[in-house]
Design a protein. Structure first.
Length: 287
C-alpha cells in the first residue's frame, strides 16, 4: 500500500495516510527547480479523506551531516493546515457576528493578515449592532457595551486596542504583525465565548430557577407578545428556547398562572380543554 505521513485535520497531528490518487507539476525548464505533488489521501487512523500538497523547491534547503544541500519537502494540508487556528463554535452566535468571525479566522489561517485584521474589526462592529448599538462611531459603541454591562471594563480597553489595529489596516493599508492579530483573536474569542458559547452550554446543562412568580409571568408575557392571536402551545412554547427549567418551579408557577387566568388577573392566555388522562402538558391559546 502506498503511504505518506502528513497532517490529519481530524486527528490533529501527523499520521500515516493511504494515497488514493496523485498528480504532479514541475518546473518547465532547468533554470529553477520545483516539483509539486498533489495527493488525495485517507488517514489510516480515522479514515478521514483530505488533500495534501508536497512542494520541493530549490530555495528551501537544509545541510546534511556531510555539509551537502538537501531539498526539504513542505506539506500543505486542506481543508485545514497544520498549526491552523480553530474558530469557536460559531453556530452559537448570531448570523451577522458568525459570518464576520469565521471569515476573519479563515483569512488568518490563509496568511491574509490585512484582511484578518479588518475582519476582526468588523466582528466587533457586528457585535455592537447585534446588541442594539447602531449609531455613533465604533468608539461610542464599544463604550456602550461596557456601560450596559455586556462586557467588562478590561474587555472594553482591549477592544479599543483591537479597534486601533483594525483602523490602521483599513485606512492606512498597513499589514499588522501576525502576533498582534493572534492577540486580537484572543480578545475577540474571550468575549464571544463568554457571551454566546458558554451561555449556550450553561443553559443546556444548568436548570434555570425563577426568582419568583413575577419573573415567570414576565417571561411568559414576553413570549406571548411575539406570537399571533390564536397561537396555541404549552408553557414551554412561551418561555425562552434553549433552557432547562426546574420541574418543581415550573409546576408551581404554572399552577399560579392558571389560577390567575381563571379569575381574570392574567388575560394574555386562555386555558385549552384538556383530555381526560392526557399525558401531555396543559395547552394555552394566545388571546
Amino acid at each position: 500500500m502506498n503511504r505518506i505521513d502528513c497532517y490529519c485535520p481530524i486527528c490533529k497531528h501527523k499520521t500515516h495516510h493511504e494515497i488514493i490518487g496523485e498528480g504532479k507539476n514541475h518546473s518547465p525548464n532547468d533554470d529553477y527547480y520545483y516539483l509539486e505533488t498533489y495527493r488525495v489521501v485517507k488517514c489510516c487512523g480515522c479514515d478521514n479523506v483530505s488533500f495534501d500538497m508536497e512542494i520541493l523547491d530549490e530555495s528551501n534547503v537544509e545541510y546534511n551531516e556531510q555539509g551537502y544541500e538537501e531539498l526539504v519537502a513542505v506539506h500543505k494540508s486542506f481543508p485545514i493546515t497544520e498549526n491552523s487556528i480553530e474558530p469557536l463554535r460559531s453556530w452559537e452566535m448570531p448570523t451577522l457576528i458568525a459570518k464576520a468571525y469565521r471569515e476573519s479566522v479563515e483569512a488568518l489561517n490563509n496568511g491574509s493578515l490585512l484582511l484578518a485584521s479588518i475582519g476582526f474589526r468588523a466582528t466587533i462592529e457586528a457585535l455592537c449592532i447585534e446588541k442594539g448599538f447602531n449609531t455613533g462611531n465604533l468608539i461610542t459603541k464599544i463604550n456602550k457595551l461596557r456601560d450596559k454591562g455586556i462586557i467588562t471594563a478590561i474587555d472594553c480597553k482591549r477592544l479599543h486596542e483591537a479597534r486601533f489595529m483594525g483602523n490602521e489596516s483599513a485606512h492606512q493599508i498597513q499589514e499588522p504583525d501576525r502576533e498582534h492579530v493572534l492577540i486580537v483573536l484572543e480578545i475577540v474569542n474571550n468575549i464571544l465565548n463568554n457571551l454566546y458559547v458558554i451561555e449556550k452550554k450553561f443553559n443546556e446543562v444548568i436548570e434555570y430557577r425563577f426568582k419568583d412568580y413575577e419573573e415567570f409571568q414576565k417571561m411568559i408575557e414576553t413570549g406571548v407578545s411575539e406570537c399571533k392571536k390564536g397561537t396555541e402551545g404549552t408553557v414551554y412554547y412561551f418561555l425562552p428556547d434553549g433552557r432547562k427549567y426546574r420541574k418543581e418551579d415550573l409546576d408551581k408557577y404554572e399552577a399560579e398562572m392558571q389560577t390567575r387566568i381563571s379569575d381574570g388577573r392574567f388575560t394574555c392566555l386562555s386555558i385549552l380543554p384538556k383530555k381526560e388522562n392526557s399525558k401531555y402538558r396543559q395547552g394555552y391559546k394566545v388571546e
